[in-house]
Design a protein around this ligand. Sequence first.
Ligand SMILES: Cc1cc2nc3c(=O)[nH]c(=O)nc-3n(C[C@H](O)[C@H](O)[C@H](O)COP(=O)(O)OP(=O)(O)OC[C@H]3O[C@@H](n4cnc5c(N)ncnc54)[C@H](O)[C@@H]3O)c2cc1C
Length: 537
Amino acid sequence: MVERDFRASYEQDGLPPRAGVVVVGAGITGCSIARELTRYTHDVVIVEKASDVAEGTSKANNAEVHSGIGEKSGTLKQRLNVRGNLLYDEFVKGLNVDFRRQGLLILVTPRTLHEISRKYMPAFLQRLITTRLIPRLIVKSGNKKGIPWLRIVDTEEIYRMEPNITRDAVAGVHDRTYGLVSPYKLTIALAEHAVLNGATLLLGTTVTGIRVEDGQVKAVETHRGEIETGIVVNAAGVYADEVADMAGAGGFKIRGRKGATLIFDREATREYVRGSVSEFRLTGRRKARSKGGGVMPTLEGNLQLGPTALEVDDKEDTSISAEEINEIFERFHYLLPDFPRESVISMFSGVRAASDSEDFIIEASDKVKGFVNVAGMQSPGLASAPAVAEMVMQILHDLGVPRVKRAYYKNTRPAPKIFADCDRNEQERLLQEDPGHGHIVCRCEQVTEADVVNAIHRIVPATTMDAVKRRTRAGMGRCQGGFCTPRVSEILARELGIKRIDVTKKGPGSNLFVGEAKSPAEKPVIATGCEGCRDDT
Ligand SMILES: Cc1cc2nc3c(=O)[nH]c(=O)nc-3n(C[C@H](O)[C@H](O)[C@H](O)COP(=O)(O)OP(=O)(O)OC[C@H]3O[C@@H](n4cnc5c(N)ncnc54)[C@H](O)[C@@H]3O)c2cc1C
């Protein structure tokens, strides 16, 4: 195969006139499917309206590769979550992305029971139920769902595992299948791997219509023109209902359900928990709306508390109110009573794509041939991604995508070398190769100028502040970009050949700067606008 200069494409590049398969949406769902598709065909186009991949819900979640224990038996979500989790090691192979099965401790506390039970049930019965019955039921139901490695742990072991945990815990279950991954790094890696294997990624390209003739998909219409195709995979997240309606292949509604999470300073909270901790609660309605959340470290070492679950009319509503922050502390601080609340450095919220049935909708449309819905991908969409891609491939084979794997498939996606993640020897070597590693631009996360430049020139390039942040961590530390924002924006302008005033946080309409001003020394300086600058990490 002739090598070509694979890169994501932008506004200035032309649209490919046709494609074998068009995937709408470059979140974890669309990128997993596109990467899987490239094992069989290079004729894949991914269309994404944002200026980077993972700009939707895939950047704003808790990074948990759940085992499936929290999902209702018999649902598609539950099946794909259990299978997805078990496929994860294979899924990330060759991507050079960290994935750690670090385990989840599910605590049973007096709060596990309903308030009413606590009020009226005799104490000895409450104790029997919480210490004996519930842990056994959790393990039994998990095993029935196909989850291996679940184990009841007593309080002595709980406190040995997690010395800072609430002394209210009466029993627990350890779920060793549970893992952590960086959702945006994984999405970026999948997109890069797909592009390396011949897929075309169109960023900044909004799907505005689907042309259907005689009940068959004919083309995807975008604000930049049309791409002829016979197969469309609709992985448009919270907008999947609208994209399905464009084709006449809808009939379902996606509601937005916001979840807010607090992030804590790594240095202050590093010692507080070793793995993730959640509390098992029989809270009926709430349980149906989210898995309940808890205390979760990230792979980088920060702690997260959350998330909440709030129905929202606006699918772009990623605001966080004082009530939501209080709710997080009320629900989760209880698990770690001595935890330093004041060490919060940031917060974010993401919007879950909830379908009417609360389940995933993954099927070829029976109204429009060639149109495949992958909708209602709320949690555990990240954990299920490998199994979702596998299931969608079966559907696509039935629609005519070749079943034979390509001979020239590249198994590996080379990882960018991040200076701070390297050992001393490697840092010396990197410094000699590129003196740009001698300039630290983000003090908190020790990100170098060369790290930023490399991110800007990857095959899926970082062209905004947020895109640089997701790839390098510049701006994710304690000062949240206070020090590095001017420097990173300067490097972005220089490397992209644009004016500094045109550098954005996350694409058109999110400019960082409001204009040029004169400093007292008569040197032009640029004033920073801060609206929306700190809404996520
Ligand atoms: C607070 C919170 C915590 C969560 N925690 C977890 C967790 O720990 N573990 C887990 O497994 N899951 C978790 N989830 C769920 C998980 O984040 C989602 O299931 C997953 O990210 C969905 O990915 P997606 O690709 O389907 O959607 P998205 O990431 O939203 O991607 C859809 C993409 O489609 C694009 N798009 C939409 N319309 C168009 C159009 N017309 N033209 C072109 N592009 C378009 C969007 O810009 C977007 O990039 C969480 C979710 C939330 C909100």
